[in-house]
Design a protein around this ligand. Structure first.
Ligand code: ASP
Length: 438
C-alpha cells in the first residue's frame, strides 16, 4: 500500500489513554506517515473542549478579566497528558508565551489555534515524529479565503523533507503573518489538504463513531453503518443535517480522487465508512444509502391563472429572491402555481418585503407563505438502477398516516426529497428506514 494521511479528532486525543490508542493505530501501519491532530476534546459528556476554553480566554481578555486562574485549567489538560504518558517534556515556556500573547490581544484565531498546536507538539514527542507547524504550510489569502494553490505547492515541498510528521489541524497563516483558523471542526479540512499534497492513497479520518450511519441515531434506533458512500451522496446527506465530516473537507481530496475512510479510534478493527468519488457497486438488497431530514423550512406559494404561458414569470420571482439576498432550496411547480421552498430563518427578516415585491413584480392572484415544513432526503446511487424505490418511499410515509406536502426528485436520481409537517419528520424517517432496512 502507499502512503496514508491520518487525522485524529478531539475526542481521540482528549487524554493520555486516547493518545495511547492513537499511537497504537499509527504504529500498526508504517504507511501512516503524516498525522493531523485536533485539540483535546471532551473526555466525558459534561467536559469542555480545549478550543472552547481558549475562545473563552479570548472573551475574558476582551471583557478586561484576568485569565490567570482560568488558563491554569488549560495548562493542566496538557500537563496531565504529558504526565500520564510518562513523557519527559516541558511545555511551560510555550504555555507562558501563549497566555501572555492572549492577554496582549493576539487575536481570536490565534487563541483558538493553540489547542491543536500544543496537542501536536506532544503527539510528535510521544511518537518520535517531526513537527511541521501549519503556520508554515497552510496559507490564506488577503480576503481570508484559503489559498489552495500556494498551500499545495509549499506543503508538497515541505513534506518531502519528512518521512513521518505531525501537523496541527484547524489553522494556517494570513499574508501578514497572523494566524487564521478554518471554521469549527476545521482539522478535517487540514487532513484533506495534507492528503492531497502528499498524494496519499487514502485519507483516514479517525473519530469516535464507526463511520457514517444510515440515519441519525437520535431518531432511528441503532441505524446500520454505511460501508461505502460517494462524495455526492455524502453532500446530499450532510446538506440535510447528517454530520461526520466538515463539509469543506471533501473538496481537496475529491478532486485528487483520494478516498476518505471514516474510522473509530475506540474500535480500530471496525472497517468504518469509505467515501469515494464513484463506484458501480451498491447495496442491491437495501437500495438506499442513507436518509436524513431537517426542520425549519417555509413554502412561498404564488398562484396566477395562465401563469404557465407567461414568459419570464419564474425569472421575475427568482429576481425578487436575489434582490432580497434570499437563497432558495427547491422550486416545485404546478401549471398555475409556483412554490419556492426556503429556510424559515432566512425568510423571517425579509417576509414583508418579499411578499410586497412579488405582488409588485408579477401581480399574482395570491401569495401565501406556510411555515413548519420539514424536508427529508432519501439518498442512494442505487435508485437509478432499481425500479419502485419512489413508490416504496411514498407508501411507507402514507402507511404511517403522514401527509406528504411536497416531492422533488433530482434528474440524477440520486435522491428523493419529501416535504412533511415538522411534527411528522421523526415518524416519517423511521417509516422509511423500516421499509428499506429489514
Ligand atoms: N478544535 C477545533 C474545534 O473544536 C477544530 C477541530 O477539532 O477540528 O472546532
Amino acid at each position: 500500500m502507499g502512503l496514508k494521511v491520518v487525522k485524529f479528532g478531539g475526542s481521540s486525543l482528549a487524554d493520555a489513554e486516547q493518545f495511547r490508542k492513537v499511537a497504537a493505530i499509527i504504529k500498526a501501519d508504517p504507511d501512516r506517515r503524516y498525522v493531523v491532530a485536533s485539540a483535546p476534546g471532551k473526555r466525558f459528556s459534561s467536559d469542555v473542549k480545549v478550543t472552547d476554553m481558549l475562545y473563552h480566554c479570548y472573551d475574558m481578555v476582551r471583557n478586561r478579566e484576568d485569565i490567570t486562574d482560568y488558563f491554569k485549567q488549560i495548562s493542566e489538560r496538557y500537563n496531565g497528558i504529558i504526565r500520564d504518558l510518562g513523557l519527559n517534556f516541558d511545555i511551560s515556556g510555550e504555555l507562558d508565551y501563549i497566555r501572555n500573547a492572549i492577554m496582549h490581544h493576539s487575536g481570536r484565531d490565534f487563541a483558538a489555534s493553540r489547542g491543536e498546536y500544543l496537542n501536536s507538539l506532544i503527539l510528535a514527542k510521544f511518537l518520535g515524529f517531526d513537527f511541521i507547524d501549519a503556520e508554515s504550510v497552510v496559507y490564506f489569502r488577503e480576503n481570508g479565503v484559503y489559498d489552495d494553490e500556494k498551500t499545495n505547492e509549499e506543503l508538497k515541498k515541505e513534506l518531502k523533507n519528512h518521512d513521518y510528521a505531525i501537523i496541527p489541524g484547524f489553522y494556517g497563516v494570513m499574508p501578514n503573518g497572523t494566524i487564521k483558523t478554518f471554521s469549527r471542526g476545521g482539522s478535517d479540512i487540514t487532513g484533506s489538504i495534507v492528503a492531497r499534497a502528499a498524494d496519499a492513497t487514502i485519507y483516514e479520518n479517525w473519530t469516535d463513531v464507526s463511520g457514517c450511519l444510515m440515519a441519525d441515531p437520535r431518531i432511528v434506533d441503532e441505524p446500520l453503518p454505511i460501508k461505502t458512500i460517494t462524495y455526492s451522496e455524502l453532500r446530499e446527506l450532510s446538506y440535510m443535517g447528517a454530520s461526520v465530516l466538515h463539509e469543506e473537507a471533501i473538496f481537496p481530496v475529491r478532486y485528487a480522487g483520494i478516498p476518505i475512510n471514516i474510522r473509530n479510534t475506540n474500535v480500530p478493527t471496525a472497517p468504518g465508512t469509505m467515501i469515494v468519488s464513484s463506484t458501480n457497486e451498491y447495496d442491491t438488497e437495501r437500495v438506499i444509502t442513507g436518509i436524513a431530514g431537517k426542520k425549519g423550512f417555509s413554502v412561498i406559494t404564488i398562484e396566477k391563472d395562465m401563469m404557465n404561458s407567461e414568459v419570464g414569470f419564474g425569472r421575475k420571482i427568482l429576481d425578487v429572491l436575489e434582490d432580497n439576498d434570499m437563497p432558495f432550496e427547491h422550486l416545485p411547480s404546478g401549471v398555475d402555481t409556483m412554490s419556492v421552498v426556503v429556510s424559515t430563518s432566512y425568510l423571517d427578516a425579509r417576509r414583508e418585503r418579499i411578499i410586497a415585491s412579488i405582488n409588485k413584480r408579477v401581480r399574482p392572484d395570491s401569495v401565501v407563505i406556510e411555515d413548519g415544513l420539514a424536508l427529508l432526503a432519501v439518498v442512494g446511487r442505487g435508485m437509478v438502477k432499481s425500479k419502485g424505490t419512489a413508490a416504496r418511499v411514498f407508501d411507507a410515509i402514507s402507511d404511517a398516516d403522514i401527509n406528504i406536502r411536497m416531492i422533488d426528485q433530482g434528474s440524477s436520481e440520486l435522491n428523493i426529497i419529501v416535504g412533511v409537517e415538522e411534527k411528522d419528520l421523526e415518524k416519517a424517517l423511521n417509516a422509511i428506514y423500516r421499509e428499506f432496512v429489514k
